[in-house]
Write a new protein. Sequence first.
Length: 232
Amino acid sequence: MSDKQNSHLVIPERIQIEGVFACNASCIMCPVHAPSERKKGVMKLELFKEIIDKLEPYKEKINKVDLWGLGESLMDKKLHLKIKYAKEKGFKGLAIATNVELLDEETAIKLFEAGLDTIIFSIDGIKKETHEGIREDLNFDRVRENAERAIALRDKGGYATRFVVRLYARSAIMMSGKRIVSIGLHVFLKIKKILLFVTMYTYGVVKLRTWERLKKCQKFQLKFHATIYLTA
């Protein structure tokens, strides 16, 4: 790349790499199972390494690397190897999002030892009927067991991985607001400190009146967040 091209290069502060386009759940707000020209699958380890290698010269400008997209992260059996590779290359702020169903003891330890910074639990209620009514095909009791075990393993091993709970906005409304949800999840997961955020799922088109406004919007978004899909 020439110096002139490099001077115009925009490096996002946050990179999202979609490692899996498939899911073991059928959530009411998610289009992953909708008809699509995209093929379901898992990003190959070699392709992931190639992406990381190309991003490595700019790693000081990248604060977060999200290793999820439209799918369940833990369906990737080589996820821990990808995390380990990115950490060895000096990337920081690595995170995954998971519905927790597949987070068994072996998987959790592999993620911790690979150096994963954040695990986002997608848990939509402290009651079985609330959670399973939103995240269909999942077992609430198994999700709870997996989450509690992962937290205990993290604490016992002294790993630095933090946990975040993400929930669908509808479940927050069903449970009478953020405050009650937050208190409930403190008890539910037995965590002293927990970061909770509500996801507003919206699918539609934002109408912009002029091409200039569209370009400004794209530049603003690109500065902070860029997504690399399964096929790169």
